[in-house]
Every structure is written in structure tokens, then in C-alpha cells.
Ligand binder design. Structure first.
Ligand code: FES
Length: 255
């Protein structure tokens, strides 16, 4: 099924941390066909300010209940407006958009930094009952909202924080070489800041493990029409993150 334009109804809007919120929307058409790695493009206000829709990774989709979920950080005008929506409000959504993760693996390891963990949460749900392991990185304990969300879906979660207030002090890629050493994993899925993705791609290449990354880019149209989101492919051609991605094989793009 292709993308849908849908007036979604707010079912729940929860604060997970002071600047991180989880929004659950009733959007049956999108929920029916959403795959992990895809995103929705939301019009955050009825007015033309802000003019552009905002992209959000799909953090959950339940086709039976007809709901989808996103988890976002309040970082600017768009998300400040979104943070104000209440149960029963309607939001115009376009989706699901973009290329999804490839699920063909036996032993996956999910590596996420900051809000990059949102699409990996949906991925973990769809990978079950395969054993899923997660490395979750973030700024500090206050923002480390992810272990409680991943815990029912994975067999083990390792945590790193920039300030060491929970888990190991450092970044996700400090743990990755050690975890890959025994050769258990046949697929790495990563989403997070660009320096993290560069390092994940280097490490997985060295260990010869297949790796898919999800890129985060500023977007305008979200449907491959405006070229606002392009990146370079390793074959010399440009790639549109919104429609050729956001999920790519690590060796497919120049990071
Ligand atoms: Fe317009 Fe990607 S956002 S082409």
C-alpha cells in the first residue's frame, strides 16, 4: 500500500523526560502499512507558520488498533507547537514515507544514539521473537528513557551516556568492537548522530558484519520532489534521504 494523507487523532501524549514526548495517533491507513525505518510527515499547525511539514520516525505502529507512535525531542518552533497538542486534537499526517529496514537477519544488534533510538524501537518490535540486543546512547540519565521502552522487546540493553550518569561514560561505539568480537551478530542497525554512524560503518566493515543505517536530514517535501535532503552515494550519484532512504546499507552512501 502506498503513502496516505490522513487526519490523525491524538490518542495519548506523554512526557517521557523534560524535553522528550511520546505521541500516539489514531491513523488506521498509515498504521496498516507502516514498516520500521519509515517516517511520517506532520503538519504541526493549521496555519502556514511553520510552512513546512516536519518528519518524524515511526516509533510504533499497531495495525489492529489503527495507531502509530512517534517519540520526539522539543527542539524548535515546529516541535514546540506539536508539544501543545492534546488528546482528541487532529493532526494532518502524510505517510508512511521512505525506505524501510531490511529485516532478513537472524541475530540483530541495534545501535542508537539520542532520538535515533525511536525508529529502532519499532524495528525491535518487528524483529521479535528473534533475540534482539541494543546499545543505547544518550546525553545523561534524565534523557535515557529508552531502556524501559526496549526492555520488553530485547534480551539485553547496554547503556552509554556522555556524562556517565547511567551506564558507561562514553558513546555507543566505545562498546561496539567488544560486542562484535565473538561474531554472534549478522546484522547491525544504526541510527543517530552522523559521527556515530561514521564510526559504526567503520567498525562493521572491519568485522565484516552487514550494516544498515538510518540517516537524519532536514527535509522539505518528504517525497523526493525538492532535493533538499540529498547525500552522496558511493557510486558518485546523489541520493534523496526522504525517498531513496532514510535507510541505506552502510556501504551505499558517503557519510
Ligand atoms: Fe524533498 Fe527529500 S525532502 S526531495
Amino acid at each position: 500500500m502506498s503513502k496516505q494523507m490522513e487526519q490523525a487523532v491524538v490518542v495519548r501524549h506523554l512526557c517521557l523526560a523534560s524535553t522528550i514526548k511520546m505521541l500516539t495517533l489514531r491513523a488506521p491507513a498509515i498504521a496498516q502499512c507502516a514498516e520500521p525505518g519509515q517516517f511520517i510527515h506532520i503538519r504541526v499547525a493549521d496555519s502556514y507558520h511553520p510552512l513546512l511539514r516536519r518528519p518524524f520516525s515511526i516509533a510504533d505502529a499497531d495495525p489492529q488498533a489503527g495507531t502509530i507512535g512517534i517519540i520526539y525531542r522539543i527542539v524548535g518552533a515546529g516541535t514546540e507547537l506539536l508539544a501543545k497538542v492534546k488528546e482528541g486534537d487532529q493532526i494532518n499526517c502524510l505517510g508512511p514515507l521512505g525506505r524501510a529496514f531490511e529485516l532478513s537477519c537472524h541475530r540483530p544488534l541495534l545501535v542508537g544514539g539520542g532520538m535515533g533510538l525511536a525508529p529502532l524501537l519499532f524495528l525491535a518490535r518487528r524483529l521479535c521473537p528473534r533475540p534482539v540486543q541494543v546499545i543505547s546512547g544518550g546525553r545523561n540519565a534524565e534523557e535515557m528513557v529508552w531502556p524501559a521502552l526496549f526492555q520488553p522487546l530485547c534480551e539485553n540493553i547496554a547503556i552509554t551516556t556522555d556524562d556517565g550518569s547511567i551506564g558507561l561514560r562514553g558513546v555507543t561505539t566505545d562498546l561496539l568492537p567488544q560486542i562484535l568480537t565473538d561474531g554472534r551478530f549478522d546484522r547491525i542497525y544504526a541510527c543517530g548522530p552522523r559521527p556515530m554512524l561514521i564510526r559504526v560503518a567503520e567498525i562493521t566493515k572491519k568485522f565484516k558484519v552487514s550494516c544498515q543505517i538510518s540517516l537524519e536530514k532536514h527535509m522539505a517535501c518528504g517525497i523526493g520532489a525538492c532535493l533538499a535532503c540529498t547525500c552522496s552515494g558511493t557510486d558518485g550519484l546523489r541520493r534523496k534521504v526522504c525517498s531513496d532512504g532514510p535507510v541505506f546499507w552502510a556501504e551505499e552512501v558517503l557519510l
